[in-house]
Design a protein around this ligand. Structure first.
Ligand code: AMP
Length: 227
């Protein structure tokens, strides 16, 4: 009898729309979103030792060392909401992380059913990342050109008027993030396609059309109770 809770990995270059889609997939499937980027930004804001160590890498557009990331994930998976399966957003990002994850899956009784790769051209990535910002209060994402709030300067979702931009969302840093993506993250494509669980999604479509592509896969099956 299999008692492994179904889980999902979402990966793709910075600005591919992982975070946006992750929020939606999390709602559809009921799986908690585990974003290492969000967890690191929170640690940086809180000024923890881990945050202080990660900050230098993040601001330069470099990947944070695997040992830090693996430690974060193993702590996170101990929480009870992970026991029914999770949605990994932005993790794993290197082959050593993927190997460490395989071990953690056994420990925590989880199984990866879907790995989604969001595909977006490098040119498009740069313009998406450089123009993006979020509401400081509710984290809703916007873009200078592609996704403006309905009323200028007012968040559609919560009505607040303060917005923030990520430190690492500038044209210089995004280039090093892209380089790391091609060098260190894209080898995971064959790692997961070899075991037959990789699904490619065209991330160039509009946000809602990308969501439709996800929903057209057997995605909902992972929301079903464990058998
Ligand atoms: P993200 O929000 O996913 O774009 O992540 C922002 C930054 O956090 C990245 O540019 C990395 O510096 C760091 N980071 C997030 N997730 C990982 C990971 N799995 N491995 C290494 N570094 C990461």
């Amino acid at each position: 009898i299999s008692s492994q809770a179904h889980s999902i990995i979402l990966f793709g270059p910075p600005g591919a729309g992982k975070g946006t889609q992750a929020v939606r997939i999390s709602q559809t499937t009921g799986k908690p979103q585990i974003s290492t980027g969000d967890m690191l930004r929170e640690a940086v804001r809180e000024g923890t030792d881990l945050g202080n160590e990660a900050k230098g890498y993040m601001n330069r557009g470099l990947l944070v060392p695997d040992s830090i990331i693996i430690g974060l994930i193993s702590e996170r998976l101990k929480r009870s909401d992970a026991s029914g399966g999770v949605l990994f957003d932005g993790f794993p990002r290197t082959i050593p992380q993927a190997i460490a994850l395989d071990k953690l899956l056994i420990t925590f009784g989880l199984k990866i059913n879907f790995v989604f790769e969001l595909i977006v051209d490098d040119e498009q990535i740069i313009s998406r990342v450089v123009g993006r910002y979020t509401c400081k209060n509710c984290d809703t994402g916007y873009h200078d050109q592609f996704l403006k709030p309905k009323i200028e300067g007012v968040c559609d979702n919560c009505g607040k008027k303060v917005f923030i931009r990520r430190n690492d969302d500038n044209s210089q840093t995004v280039r090093s993030r892209l380089k790391d993506y091609h060098r260190k993250t894209s080898p995971m494509i064959s790692y997961y396609s070899n075991i037959g669980i990789l699904y490619k999604i065209n991330g160039m479509l509009g946000v809602d059309n990308v969501t439709k592509k996800f929903n057209a896969t057997k995605l909902l099956q992972v929301g079903l109770p464990i058998t």
